[in-house]
Design a protein around this ligand. Structure first.
Ligand code: 1HE
Length: 257
């Protein structure tokens, strides 16, 4: 499914998915959300990692407010479920996704960013949840994912008071794992994606699909699930080759940070 506001480029094993609705600050229309879902569902098999970024001065202004028409409760619920399905395709899709953030990362834009596996923010980035002021609530999975990044107390404060986090405070709070100079988020995200793409696919799969589920399980079940996925990962031929490479001095050592 192609969409005029979404661009997919494949650079060898890295896909670059770009919101191209800069004039509207990459506001997410229903069509764009569906196209995003379709893009993650149909990524070429050669792709091992993805970068998502936004054209223009802002990453994403969230829900397209011009589409927020009169909906009854059932339609509102279905609309939110549509977002859930799409952002689940980002989080639990085929490959790790790295968000390159700049400018506004607000509302549904922050929900999209929080569905990604790594967030790289440049110094122009700011984070907000204006839903509180617009008389609505998050509906794109934000109440599940955002507290996992910054905690329930910070999210509550943001929505109650309209608090905006700048890039530096945002990184400290846990929104982003990397903070880079203005204008360099995409380059850093792409560099990380190239690195991520080198991992054994089963390791990446375990990190994307097993780790978040294990983290939600009671400890005893978590240990058991961990043992299962650890056994599966190390039985892959690629794992055996990589271990042999290390033991025979061919693999990179861990270097001091
Ligand atoms: C939009 C949207 C939008 C901009 N829907 N059209 N999100 C918000 O409440 C954030 C609303 N947006 C803003 O606060 C600002 O636009 C920004 C801080 C992101 C950017 O400011 P700025 O000065 O660079 O741009 P602008 O002049 O405000 O916007 C440029 C155009 O984009 C303008 O349209 P134009 O036809 O007058 O040029 C804006 O109307 C349009 N635009 N943001 C529609 N969001 C699953 S539930 C999720 C719930 C939410 O996400 S609620 C939060 C929605």
């Amino acid at each position: 499914m192609t969409h005029p506001d979404l661009q997919l480029e494949v650079h060898d094993d890295v896909a670059v998915i770009r919101l191209t609705r800069g004039a509207k600050r990459n506001a997410l229309s229903d069509g764009l959300i569906l196209a995003l879902r379709n893009t993650f569902e149909t990524l070429p098999a050669s792709v091992r990692a993805a970068v998502i970024d936004g054209e223009g001065p802002h990453f994403c202004a969230g829900l397209d407010l011009s589409e927020l028409k009169e909906r009854d409760a059932g339609q509102g619920m279905q609309h939110s479920r549509m977002w859930h399905a799409a952002l689940n395709c980002v989080q639990y899709g085929p490959v790790p996704v790295i968000a390159a953030l700049h400018g506004a990362v607000v509302g549904g834009g922050l929900e999209l960013a929080s569905a990604c596996h790594i967030r790289v923010a440049d110094a122009s980035t700011f984070y907000a949840l204006p839903e509180g002021s617009r008389g609505i609530f998050v509906g794109g999975g934000g109440s599940v994912r955002i507290p996992k990044l910054i905690g329930v107390a910070r999210m509550t404060d943001m929505m109650l008071t309209g608090r905006v986090y700048n890039a530096e405070d945002g990184e400290r709070a846990g929104f982003a794992q990397y903070l880079v100079p203005e204008g360099t988020a995409f380059d850093k995200a792409f560099e990380l994606a190239k690195r991520v793409a080198q991992n054994a696919p089963l390791t990446n799969y375990a990190l994307m699909h097993a780790l978040p589920r294990i983290a939600e399980q009671p400890a005893d079940q978590g240990y058991f699930t961990e043992a299962l996925i650890a056994g599966i990962a190390q039985s892959a031929p690629e794992a055996k080759t990589r271990l042999r490479d290390f033991l025979e001095g061919r693999a990179e050592k861990v270097k001091k940070a």
